[in-house]
Each structure stands twice: as structure tokens, then as C-alpha cells.
Design a protein around this ligand. Structure first.
Ligand code: FAD
Length: 371
């Protein structure tokens, strides 16, 4: 394994591999990534892959700006990754139907209003128009908002493509190598102990998902990352049964190009237990039945769970600590790590190479929990 690096990245989920990709793209030569298990096997594999800031965000502000910039970045990233690696990330710009309960009608109109004022595309869809767009949806659903610019990707393909792109430019990526300690110098970190070796480095990026808090305890920085379990059920069709993402009050439906249909996702505090449960699966099937009863005849394929990394305010931490200037953090992406991953990598790369990031990083400073 490498004994020295310009940057060591700890964690090989989507955030870690996106950092490796962006750092090598920015010209950083010696990038080393250590992943204690297999790349992208935790939350990043469990994810549905929606790029859906207009459905996720509750208001205007820096978080929505970050998410919209991240969604835009995918438009060009798709071709860039295909050219560089031959990998197809299955970017589908199919739009999202945000189903509206009669009781939620006013809230949905409010959402449509503030989004239009911000220049975003939103269409209000009647129940009848909804059924001609998606005949499988429950005829009792009174209407929806259509966000035509929402999209989705296949998360494991994104992880594969970013990893291949980083390796292509010289990054060294190691699996089954756990970072167990830091080498602490006077005013900065000097390296990492991992896989029984010492790797010295100019900069270190911690992106270990919900385990980042434990990792940073080793340098006395208590970043309060917590795991939030999400379960998903997969059904199989011969071809996609829907032509949009569908977002309901109790769950969502994500159709994939090959006919897989994902029904997601639970939001549960279950510690570090990433096992799907009967209750979780039953609840997701009920949510799917309420949205599209006709789906219930489809063959059940699989269920799984993953642990979303969450910080107390629900925002990611992307940046560095004021008191350890060569320790960077990229975590807490919670429900939006697939969306935010590639842009997060680029923001970290900007900070590492001393370039001004295109967005204000202040709201996402990891130091906000120390204050
Ligand atoms: C059910 C579900 C659905 C989701 N759907 C979406 C979606 O539709 N759209 C979206 O944008 N996001 C979605 N997400 C969220 C997204 O999956 C996460 O935000 C994202 O995957 C987090 O990536 P990460 O790299 O921070 O964490 P992880 O994927 O957990 O990766 C962290 C990695 O660090 C490694 N690690 C930990 N400690 C060490 C150590 N000491 N040394 C070396 N390696 C270490 C771990 O093994 C792990 O591989 C979903 C999540 C879930 C669970």
C-alpha cells in the first residue's frame, strides 16, 4: 500500500469515491482512498437514486441551492463518466409526480408557488391528467404536482463510474482496509494508520458515513453523525411500469430502465442495524398499494436496508475544521447523498487545492456543531 499521499480519503461510499474522482480531476496527483469493506456497499448501494431536490426541500435557502446545483451537475456528469469509463449511470430525466392528498392541497399549492417564484418548473396536474400520464396510479388520487426536471440514476453504477474515473487518473483505491487512527502532529494531522501501515498525507478527508463521528472522536472532534435506517422493496416487471418517479405521502416509487421498481423508503432510528424487517416491508407494500393498487400483482424480488448518515440539523457537513486545517469532512448527506455526492467531491477538491468554491460553504461548515 502507498506510504505517502497528497490526500487520503477515509470511506468508499459515494461521497468518498466522488472526492477521489474530483481531486484527481482537479490535478491532485497522489490520492489514496481506504474503504474498510467493499466500495459503495453501505447506504450508497441501498439508495433509490432519486435526484429530487424539488420534492425533498421544504423551502428556499442554501440547502435547496446546493441540491439544485448538484442536480444540474448530473446532466453533464453522465456523458463525462461514460466517455471516461464506458460506464452508464442510467441517468433518467423522467420527472417526478408529487401526489397531493386532498388534506395537503393548500400546502402543495404553496410549494408550487415558492418554487415557481424561484424560477423552477412546476406543473399542477388534475386527477384526470394524472391518470393519462400514469394509468396504473390509484384513480382516487385527486391530483399532483409535476416537477419535470427531477431525475434518477442507478447509485451502484455511479459509485463504479466515479471509482473507475478516479483510478484512471491515478488514484489508489483500497478495499478491506480500515482507518483505525490518525497520526497527530503539532497543529495538523500527519497521516492515518490503516491496514497495519502508516500513510503520511498532506490532507485527510473523512467521509465514513454515519461512522464519521466515531472516527473523529479519535482527534477530539465530536461530529454528531447518526444512522437513520431506510428500507426498500424491489418488484420486477418486464419493462418500466411507470414513466415518472412517483412521490406519495407515505413512500415513493422509482422505475428503472430494466423493469425493476423500487418502493421506498422507511425512516427509522435503529442504531447501526441495517437489516430489513417484516414491519418495514409491510408498510412499504401498503404505501405502494395506496399509490398504485395494480402493482400488487408484480413479483416480489428483494428487500434491503441502509443507514443514512444524518447530522442534527439535517444538513451535510462539507468543509474543514478551523483548528485542524488539513482535516476535511464530507458527511451527513442524509436522504440526498446520491444527489449531492458528485458536487460534494468537487467542493472538497476546490477547498483542498485552494480554489474558491462556487457556493457559500458557511451553512455546511463542520464547525457549526462546536459553536
Ligand atoms: C433506503 C435509502 C434510500 C435512499 N435514497 C436516496 C435517493 O433516492 N437519493 C439520494 O440522493 N440519496 C438517497 N439516500 C441517501 C444516500 O444513500 C446517502 O446519503 C449516501 O449513500 C451516503 O453516502 P456516504 O458515502 O456518506 O456513506 P456510506 O455509503 O455509508 O459510505 C461510508 C463508507 O465508509 C466506510 N467506513 C466507515 N468507517 C471506515 C473506516 N474507519 N475506514 C475505512 N472505511 C470506513 C464504510 O464501510 C462505508 O462504505 C438513500 C439512503 C437509503 C438508506
Amino acid at each position: 500500500m502507498a506510504r505517502g499521499a497528497d490526500v487520503i480519503i477515509i470511506g468508499g461510499g459515494i461521497i468518498g469515491v466522488a472526492c477521489a474522482y474530483a481531486l484527481t480531476r482537479a490535478g491532485v496527483r497522489r490520492v489514496v482512498l481506504v474503504e474498510r469493506g467493499e466500495l459503495g456497499r453501505e447506504a450508497s448501494r441501498a439508495a433509490a437514486g432519486m435526484l429530487a431536490p424539488q420534492a425533498e426541500a421544504e423551502s428556499l435557502g442554501p440547502f435547496l441551492d446546493l441540491c439544485l446545483a448538484a442536480r444540474d451537475r448530473y446532466r453533464t456528469l453522465e456523458g463525462e463518466l461514460r466517455d471516461a469509463t464506458g460506464e452508464d449511470i442510467e441517468y433518467c430525466n423522467w420527472g417526478l409526480l408529487y401526489l397531493v392528498d386532498p388534506a395537503e392541497h393548500e400546502a402543495a399549492r404553496g410549494r408550487a408557488r415558492w418554487q415557481r417564484e424561484a424560477g423552477l418548473r412546476v406543473e399542477e396536474i388534475s386527477g384526470q391528467a394524472l391518470r393519462s400520464l400514469e394509468p396504473l396510479l390509484n384513480p382516487e388520487i385527486g391530483g399532483a404536482l409535476l416537477f419535470p426536471d427531477e431525475a434518477h440514476v442507478r447509485p451502484c453504477a455511479v459509485v463504479r463510474a466515479l471509482t473507475a474515473g478516479a483510478r484512471e487518473r491515478g488514484a489508489q483505491v483500497f478495499e478491506k482496509v480500515e482507518a483505525v487512527d490518525f497520526i497527530i502532529g503539532e497543529d495538523r494531522l500527519r497521516g492515518v494508520r490503516a491496514g497495519g501501515e502508516t500513510i503520511l498525507a498532506d490532507s485527510i478527508v473523512a467521509c465514513a458515513g454515519p461512522w464519521t463521528g466515531r472516527l473523529l472522536d479519535l482527534v477530539g472532534h465530536g461530529l454528531p453523525t447518526e444512522p437513520v435506517r431506510g428500507q426498500i422493496v424491489r418488484a420486477r416487471f418486464d419493462r418500466p411500469p411507470l414513466t415518472h418517479l412517483v412521490w406519495g405521502p407515505r413512500g415513493y416509487l422509482v422505475p428503472r430502465l430494466n423493469g425493476e421498481l423500487l418502493i421506498g423508503a422507511t425512516v427509522e432510528r435503529a442504531g447501526f442495524d441495517a437489516t430489513p424487517t417484516l414491519g418495514g416491508v409491510a408498510g412499504l407494500c401498503e404505501a405502494a398499494r395506496a399509490m398504485a393498487p395494480g402493482l400488487m400483482a408484480a413479483p416480489f424480488d428483494k428487500a434491503w436496508a441502509g443507514l443514512r448518515p444524518r447530522l442534527p440539523d439535517g444538513l451535510p457537513a462539507i468543509g474543514r475544521f478551523a483548528d485542524i486545517p488539513n482535516l476535511y469532512v464530507a458527511t451527513g448527506h442524509y436522504r440526498n447523498g446520491i444527489l449531492l455526492g458528485p458536487l460534494t467531491g468537487e467542493l472538497i477538491a476546490d477547498l483542498v487545492v485552494g480554489k474558491e468554491p462556487p457556493l457559500s460553504m458557511e451553512p455546511f461548515s463542520p464547525d457549526r456543531f462546536a459553536r
